[in-house]
Design a protein around this ligand. Sequence first.
Ligand code: SF4
Length: 373
Amino acid sequence: MLRSNKGLPTAPADLPVTLREVVEYRKSGLSLNHVVGCPLDCAYCVRHLFDNYDMKKPHLVMDDETAVVALTSHWAFRPHQTPIQIFNRATDPFLPRVKDHLHRTLELLDGQGLTNPVLVISRWRVDADDVERMERLTNLKLTVLVTWSGIDDDRLEPIDGAVAEKSLATLAAHAIRTKLVLYWRPIIAGINDSADVIERARELARLADATVFTGLFHRDQIRAHMRSIGMPDLYDSAPRRKIMPRLVERNILDAFANQPIFRKTSCAVAHAHGIADYNGHVGIESICDICPAGQVDICAAAHAKPPRKLISELAREAGLATGTIEIANGRILVDDSTEQQRYFIQHATGFQVHDRSHPHLPGRHGRAEEGWE
Ligand code: SF4
């Protein structure tokens, strides 16, 4: 039933089931995606993984009121705790008409008095009107993450990076309670890791409350699309994790020696708000070596080993077998888990949860092997 579609067409009946399920648990939180479709044509888009890349017009899967109920009644949702993301899977939240739904959804959540962290990620135009409307929220801990890459190859990214730069400037000029993160991604070796791009990132970072840098998801479907548009392979492998080669990271960290920068999205969000990282990265050796001392103190003070009983209760709630669960070296180790189960326990405890079948290697920070062998 559609009560307020405000001009977006309704999603077609043959929309893949994964996209019809508008709530999904991702590392940065419960993700609400009741609009799908995007005209921006970034070649590395994760919509390749959902078979949705060819839907260029945004479509509405359900109205905002129904979507908010789906989110807040989801088994994993915790008022005031679970991080939320809106429209981060299959559209850009600030596209024309899509942003009406973004604002409405934010206002519906805020109107319930919820104080959960909310992440909104965009590379599109954020106007002063948008910022003013978001500034009227009073409860949610809102962060707008402006995606900027420094890529100037139109095959990879047809959108002019100046659009994101202007959004950053607009947010920096008008936002007070809404926090602003420069989301520098995807960084690709040999494409946008030159000294000039790094210098531009340093300039843009000065506008933001925090900056995070990440690599490329180079999955099979994304590589196949790149090949179809005539791009030579960007990397040899197509791993499940993002690729951030050691040398690229080293160059960026050297350039940012006197400027804060974060490896993890939730760390940048935490720093922007002056709160502890809800993913508990502080338990993992060497992730925090680049973090400002005051932020490390905040995270360390909040990081406590959760009681075994609580972990077992959460695991049962998530439908995860409890027999082999163990707490060691700042993380909870589990077996045969899904990402949703791990993230639920992680966000409920502020403690990292890893599956033994996907070990995190020291110093690798959960990234792919490529560039580190
Ligand atoms: S102290 Fe560690 S966990 Fe906390 S924000 Fe910094 S890098 Fe992230």
